[in-house]
Design a binder for this molecule. Structure first.
Ligand code: ZN
Length: 395
């Protein structure tokens, strides 16, 4: 399809033509080997950062196990009725379960997957597949079940019907968790799972995937793709200037889904540009502007936590760019459309100041996750941002 896939080593080597997934060769190799040996797990956990390709791979899995093409068995053909129905989201046996999809959830900042959604899946799982070989349940945000829902799911995973398969999708983003180690559980390689599960047992109050669920899943870890692969994909699919393609690819941090969205929806980049404008204005401003900025963000935190975490990621990326420019590695900068402001700041402060600014943002993120007063954290961060000569002049 794109000539960039590295292929799979060993006996499960296949042409990747029919996979919708780009990259992630190791995960695809695991699925292909499972098919080749006739030993497919009934529950898979697809773990990786948001928009790295988990849903695409889950749909590939659904196509793989339902494909009716005669000759190829180690990959979905992409053309048979089963493959096409799944690609078009029309297949009656492939269900996507997402948070907030059930009735009766309390209105919280973030709704968990409720027990009703799992019970409904349970009822369906008891029936023979309607049109395919397997019923496939794709469960998004699998780190975010209610306790009741998790218990109901566990019951299904303990005795899965032969013709049912689960794909649980989980990202590394975990809210309200003070335990840093928890963020890595979803990424545990198979041989580490027992150890990690034991670790989780020791801290049962930590949110996220229950170790009992984890222990019943085969884990496919999806890491960010190489930036060059992301860039070639978006160049192939969209008409972009070379600078835009490079910037989007670098901004994506290897998450192809994000890059495709940015390519298809230019307003994503313009919204981002507006937020960066605000960040740069706060940096140029004096104490009043900086505190006003902190106050706005603190107020936003009450409504939209993830929006504020994203904003902090922008700060982090911005200072990281200043640092790489200071160190003479401008070709590693991500915010290519901001080079003038970045260079000016890089010229106006020393590396120690930049490193301290980066630490300030990281520490603020950690404090917010530990439920420290948002306004205090954010004000503290703004006080630590260097005031450079270049910024003062342009203010
Ligand atoms: Zn097919």
């Amino acid at each position: 399809m794109n000539g960039l896939d590295n292929g799979i080593s060993g006996s499960a080597a296949v042409s990747m033509a029919a996979w919708q997934t780009i990259g992630h060769d190791k995960a695809i190799g695991t699925l292909a080997r499972g098919m080749e040996m006739g030993r497919m797990a009934h529950a898979w956990l697809l773990a990786g950062p948001p928009q790295v390709g988990k849903m695409t791979l889950a749909l590939d899995l659904a196509r793989l196990v339902n494909c009716t093409a005669d000759e190829v068995k180690l990959q979905p053909c992409g053309e048979c009725r089963q493959c096409r129905r799944i690609s078009e989201s029309l297949h009656a046996d492939v269900r996507v379960i997402s948070q907030g999809g059930g009735a009766g959830n309390r209105t919280t900042a973030r709704t968990a997957i409720g027990v009703e959604q799992i019970r409904e899946a349970q009822r369906e799982a008891g029936l023979k597949p309607y049109e395919g070989r397997y019923r496939v349940f794709i469960i998004e945000d699998a780190e975010n079940f209610t306790q009741e829902a998790a218990n109901a799911l566990l019951k299904m995973l303990e005795e899965p019907p032969d013709d049912v398969m689960f794909a649980l999708l989980a990202s590394e983003v975990r809210e309200n968790s003070a335990d840093e180690s928890a963020g890595y559980i979803a990424y545990a390689p198979e041989h580490e799972q027992d150890r990690i599960a034991a670790l989780l047992d020791a801290v049962p109050e930590v949110g996220g995937i229950l170790p009992t669920i984890l222990s019943r899943c085969q884990v496919l870890e999806l890491r960010p793709l190489p930036i060059a692969l992301v860039q070639s994909e978006i160049e192939r699919r969209f008409e972009l200037t070379p600078q835009d393609a490079t910037e989007i690819a670098r901004l994506s941090s290897g998450r192809l889904g994000w890059a495709l969205q940015a390519g298809a929806e230019p307003q994503l980049l313009s919204e981002r540009a507006e937020r960066l404008d605000e960040i740069e204005a706060a940096l140029r401003g004096g104490i009043d502007e900086r505190f006003a900025y902190a106050e706005r963000q603190a107020a936003a935190f009450g409504r939209d936590r993830s929006g504020v975490y994203q904003e902090l990621q922008l700060w982090l990326g911005w200072w990281r760019d200043v640092l790489v420019i200071r160190e003479g590695n401008e070709d590693l900068a991500v915010n290519l459309s901001r080079l003038d402001a970045l260079r000016a700041t890089a010229g106006g402060c020393d590396s120690a100041q930049v490193v301290d600014a980066i630490h300030a943002v990281q520490e603020t993120t950690a404090m917010l996750e530990s439920n420290v007063n948002p306004r205090l954290c954010l004000e503290g961060m703004m006080l630590r941002m260097p005031q450079t000569a270049a910024q003062t002049q342009s203010a």
